[in-house]
Design a protein around this ligand. Structure first.
Ligand SMILES: [Zn+2]
Length: 427
């Protein structure tokens, strides 16, 4: 134990205040005691649990009587709290946005965004596009016991090749950049832009698979979902939003074990600022929202323009379609990965993930289904093996809540504290 901690021990109650902000060393041990633990698996929650953490990873978790806390461990009481795994956002974006402007990618903005996500309990983010070197560097620096911001995984640029040859070249560049996944869009933006041709996305997927990379596809239409699945797509990055999913697409998703990422709050963001949304007066939102952005979104002229926008009104309908399809896919046993498409302007990181869980619940999923999609399944869908549940060997990324989210999913808003690698996140 470090000298500061020993000094703090002598003055009793101050110990946690002084000891916890310190960076963890590789062998530092922390014991989180007294909480009810929902570990993100199908197991029943553990009452009065102890979570033992060494070097940022969980080394033991179980009922207090079954976990031996070694002498010298720093203790953190979480009595009365419910602990759950940190949320995993399978589709976000980082680093690009400044107010309502996009295209300001910087290491500083990446770090800012990862801290904002973490403040709301989102402890891992899979960024599906527009990632640059600073994002790769952030990812490569995060497997340390001192981490105290959200973990980041990246797709690199969203590939938009025009020919199969260019497709293969861009995938090679993605691999050289060491991305975690390849991202493409197969969409015409409600009929306003040309859609990537089948021979081009087939070349992207084929080349990615040859190089051991997976491909995430942005799409809107059921027919495109079927076509990209036939071509080998590995991850569906948005809801199917033009019509009801059918038995054919459900069977293919299940057979190929491809996950669907609903991004319901993405649709919300396209029309909701036609008026002032109720959460603009929520202190939890205002704590981290940029005040200038909020003020701009309240401007009457801007709200009127959104109200008059054809695409805004079509995406409003698309949200209802997406919600119905989420319920149908979940009922059919398709794996759902919670994701939001936050990060672009007016898609507020962290807060929108909490809203996403509520919208998934409103679509008909149970709190347990929603929470599983937002932890264990989002992680496994994105092949993240070190996060998503509170099992031995995983990073100690978790949220302590003042109320049980399995009873009411909105309780994810009642955040007591957020911990990443066992370090308390500033919020
Ligand atoms: Zn996106």
């Amino acid at each position: 134990m470090k000298a500061t901690s020993l000094a703090a021990l002598s003055i009793g109650a101050v110990v946690l205040v002084l000891a916890f902000p310190q960076a963890q060393t590789a062998d530092a041990v922390r014991a989180f005691t007294g909480a009810r633990v929902f570990d993100g698996t199908d197991r029943a929650p553990i009452e009065n649990a102890t979570i033992l953490v060494r070097g940022g990873r969980i080394v033991d978790v179980g009922p207090a009587g079954s976990v031996t806390v070694p002498p010298g461990a720093v203790r953190q009481a979480l009595s009365g709290k419910t602990v759950m795994p940190g949320l995993v956002n399978a589709h976000g974006h980082v680093g690009n946005t400044q107010g309502l402007q996009q295209g300001h990618y910087s290491a500083k903005n990446v770090d800012r965004d990862l801290r904002t996500y973490a403040a709301y309990g989102v402890t891992s983010v899979f960024s599906l596009g527009d990632d640059q070197a600073a994002g790769i560097a952030a990812r490569d620096a995060q497997s340390v016991p001192t981490l105290d911001r959200a973990r980041l995984f990246v797709a690199g640029p969203v590939l938009a090749p025009k020919t199969p040859a260019e497709a293969r070249q861009l995938v090679a560049e993605d691999q050289a950049m060491k991305v975690d996944i390849v991202k493409i869009r197969v969409d015409d933006n409600l009929g306003t832009t040309p859609k990537m041709a089948p021979e081009v996305y087939r070349a992207v997927i084929d080349e990615a698979h040859k190089r051991g990379l997976r491909v995430a596809v942005h799409l809107f239409y059921l027919a495109d979902a079927k076509a990209v699945l036939d071509a080998g797509a590995d991850f569906i990055a948005h809801s199917i939003r033009d019509k009801d999913v059918d038995a054919d697409v459900i069977a293919t998703l299940k057979r190929r074990n491809v996950c669907v990422c609903p991004t319901l709050t993405r649709e919300v963001s396209t029309f909701v600022y036609e008026s002032t949304p109720p959460w603009f007066s929520d202190p939890l939102f205002l704590k981290h929202a940029d005040p200038t952005t909020v003020a701009e979104l309240k401007e009457p002229a801007r709200q009127q323009a959104m109200h008059d926008s054809t695409s805004a009104q079509r995406y409003k309908v698309a949200l209802e379609q997406a919600s119905r399809n989420l319920k149908a896919l979940s009922d059919a046993g398709v794996k759902i990965a919670m994701g939001t498409d936050t990060g672009p302007p007016a898609r507020f990181q962290g807060y929108f993930e909490l809203m996403e869980l509520e919208l998934m619940n409103k679509a008909g999923l149970s709190p347990r289904q929603v929470l599983t999609a937002a932890t264990r399944d989002a992680a496994s869908c994105q092949r993240l093996s070190d996060v998503g549940t509170l099992d031995k060997g995983k990073w100690a990324d978790f949220v302590a809540l003042d109320a049980d989210p399995l009873a009411d999913v909105s309780n994810v808003r009642k955040i007591d504290s957020v911990w990443i690698a066992g370090n308390r996140v500033a919020r």
